[in-house]
Design a protein around this ligand. Structure first.
Ligand code: IVH
Length: 684
């Protein structure tokens, strides 16, 4: 039977597309489509070739590992080929069970034989590198290339501070090749891009591209400016060193020799252990400081690895279990603006809904006109959206060759919105500012609504249940104009609102009543003064001790506060110079909103002064915010991660790696009762 030509043609189209995108990704470091889209093309071709093996051509992209090296770098032949790992993308646990079953079958194990020991690791999302040490000295660093031949990037790799130039070992191995991933942390990526934007340079597309592009810079001086990191995960050629018998021990040894090795790893037994590791990392993926695209399982015993061997350039003893992608393709259905609390018109891309980063995304911020110009994003465009970590979804780039014809016009906020879409006031862009703002102030219902939502938010007055839908009604029906009006609400008015029953109405009133007892810092933050965030509000509360001295402070007095500069000082002074704002403050105080005041500038005398706490897990009674407030009220500090500077770690149910870290560092561990006792005694 001859093959239908339509299938043969489709395979050819796929090969061409995959080769093109492979070239953009591996050779130019400038991909056009997200990895998820590339994977789909690749899998479609693989499926066609499995169904019709006669379609496989020697140059099919399924028949090779990576891309071609660029011509600018010298080529390096890998003495031990750099292979890839088989990937499983299924979301359920079956991937782990299939892998374990395959291994047991290959090893001819019986049911009653003990479970296999696996080393579990993160699948870092960067660029694979081989580091060659001779007599303990770094002599060469090479990219993976096509697995057989890579590029010599020694000069660039030498600029990565975490990579040792000399091994820490009394008698170093004659030859030691260490393999691992060069990556860029999210914080470094954000910082670098902020700097690029400020200086008018081109920002990086994502951390992975940041790492790959930097390593393959022909000018090492430029590479040196890029903040890169490295994690080791394996070996290449080795001579004159007795290789440990387990993979986990190899990593321990590498750590001792000076290589960064992620502590997010575990040795587990059987497939349940794999699933547990997968799920644990999956839950914490967003809070890791760098991007990963999955986890990797490796058979821990090297003798078993050897027995298992390789199949078509992939080891049988390792598998990668991927997480859902953090970048996806979709289209921009419209560009609209939202009016924020400070009147800024923020352009928002309304997207065709797409599942990315674990949620369905239908909006992405475009930040401001400068960002729209940089991306040149237009209505109807096909774009890459990214959602990684808790970061709000962003448009990363536009696929210009998929732009509809005739081309839609460039998007200009001022052209489309000469007046505020909410209140009709004029909009204006002040010199030196990126934002275009509505000049309506609190006359503008959008700004009023945002101000109320901010006032009620968890870290401000913490009025539970006062959400967007309610605020919309309260403002639209003219019931609430300022935050002070919230404290005048009666049960009848609230119960009359849509979706409000007697019970929910009385819950809301109770929450409003409860919010009257607050702290000065929360109250200052709740006012929504421009440029005054949570931590500035805390500094101001600490420095002035009471509200009246803050309200009376002039700019000179305000810049005395640590971390308050002239811009922030001006915002505060302007806020309190506005009679309307003072009036709202007075109304709030008259309604019974109060807080304990202290002497101005008094150094925190709480018994926990100078002590740093870290919270982890779920406490039985206190929420995280409540525990934080209590510790801070007693003069202590609450930090996000455990370090040598941490004095106490407060643990609740399902505490994670912070607890392990605390135990490693020998830090005192408290439970909620212990914390409460410490607070009650007023002494750390
Ligand atoms: S081991 C023979 N471990 O994934 C096995 N690879 O397809 C060699 N990767 O581009 C790879 N994290 O750079 C291994 N913990 C890890 C990894 C890892 C990321 C990358 C590697 C390569 C791809 C393998």
């Amino acid at each position: 039977m001859t093959l239908p030509t339509a299938i043969a043609e489709r395979a050819q189209v796929l090969r061409d597309q995959i080769n093109y995108h492979n070239y953009r990704y591996y050779v130019l470091d400038n991909p056009e489509i997200p990895d998820a889209e590339f994977d789909r093309l690749f899998r479609e071709l693989q499926a066609l070739e499995v169904a019709h093996p006669e379609l496989v051509t020697p140059d099919s992209p399924t028949q090779r590992v990576g891309g071609r090296p660029l011509e600018g770098f010298a080529q390096v032949r890998h003495r031990v080929p750099m292979l890839s790992i088989r990937t499983e993308t299924d979301i359920e646990s079956s991937g782990a069970y299939n892998f374990d079953a395959r291994i047991r079958r290959e090893l001819k194990l019986k049911e009653h034989d003990p479970p296999i020991e696996y080393a579990c690791e993160l699948k870092f999302d960067g660029l694979a590198i081989n580091l060659r040490y001779e007599q303990g000295l770094l002599v060469q660093a090479a990219t993976r290339g096509d697995g057989e031949t890579g590029e010599d990037v020694t000069q660039n790799v030498r600029t990565i501070h975490s990579i040792p130039l000399r091994l820490t070992a009394d008698v170093p191995p004659e030859v030691l090749e260490v393999r691992g991933e060069v990556y860029m942390s999210r914080a470094d990526f954000e910082r670098f891009n902020e700097k690029q934007r400020a200086s008018g340079g081109t920002p990086l597309v994502n951390p992975r591209n940041g790492a790959a592009g930097s390593i393959r810079q022909l000018d090492p001086a430029i590479a040196a400016q890029r903040p890169l990191s490295f994690y080791a995960y394996g070996l290449g050629e080795v001579a004159g060193w007795e290789i440990p018998k387990h993979h986990g021990e190899i990593l321990d040894a590498l750590l001792k020799m000076g290589f960064p090795v992620s502590h997010e790893r575990a040795v587990v037994h059987g497939p349940q252990g794999l699933v547990q590791f997968h799920d644990d990392i999956g839950r914490r993926r967003d809070s890791l400081p760098f991007d990963i695209d999955g986890v990797v399982y490796k058979v821990n015993r090297l003798d078993l690895q050897e027995r298992l061997g390789f199949v078509s350039r992939e080891p049988r003893w390792a598998v990668a279990h991927k997480f859902p992608p953090q970048e996806e393709l979709t289209t921009v259905e419209a560009i609209e603006v939202q009016v924020g609390r400070t009147g800024a018109l923020t352009p928002v891309a309304r997207l065709k809904p797409v599942f990315v980063g674990g949620v369905t995304v239908s909006n992405a911020t475009l930040h401001n006109q400068d960002e729209i110009d940089r991306l040149d994003v237009r209505e109807g465009d096909t774009v890459i959206v990214r959602r990684a970590g808790d970061v709000i979804p962003e448009v990363v780039s536009v696929l210009k060759d998929r732009r509809p014809r005739p081309e839609p016009a460039r998007f200009e906020i001022l052209e489309r919105y000469p007046v505020c879409p909410v209140c009709g006031s004029n909009v204006a862009r002040q010199e030196g500012e990126a934002a275009i703002r509505c000049t309506g102030g609190l006359y503008c219902p959008a700004q009023r609504k945002q101000a109320l939502l901010h006032f009620a938010s968890r870290r401000a007055m913490d009025i539970e249940g006062l959400g967007e839908k309610l605020v919309d009604q309260l403002v639209d029906q003219g019931i609430v104009h300022t935050p002070a009006d919230l404290y005048k609400l009666g049960i009848a008015k609230v119960a009359n609102l849509e979706r409000m029953a007697e019970k929910s109405a009385s819950n809301l009133l109770a929450a409003i009543e409860k919010s009257k007892h607050t702290t000065l810092a929360r109250f200052i933050f709740a006012l929504g003064i421009r440029n005054v965030g949570e931590s500035t509000a805390k500094d101001l509360a600490k420095h002035f001790g009471g509200l009246d001295s803050l309200m009376d402070a002039d700019e000179a007095a305000l810049v005395e506060v640590p971390d308050v500069g002239p811009v922030v000082a001006q915002s505060i002074a302007q806020f309190f110079a506005e009679p309307h704002n003072r009036e709202v403050v007075e109304q709030l105080r008259a309604a019974g909103v109060s807080w304990p005041e202290s002497a101005p500038g008094r150094k925190q005398q709480g018994g926990l002064a100078g002590k740093t706490f870290v919270l982890t897990g779920t406490l039985p009674h206190l929420t995280r915010d409540e525990a934080k407030d209590k510790i801070e009220a007693a003069g202590g500090k609450v930090a996000g991660s455990v370090s040598k500077k941490t004095d106490y770690v407060v643990v609740g149910a399902e505490a994670g790696s912070k607890l392990t870290k605390a135990q490693e560092l020998g830090i005192t561990i408290l439970d909620e009762a212990g914390l409460m006792a410490m607070l009650a005694s007023g002494e750390a």
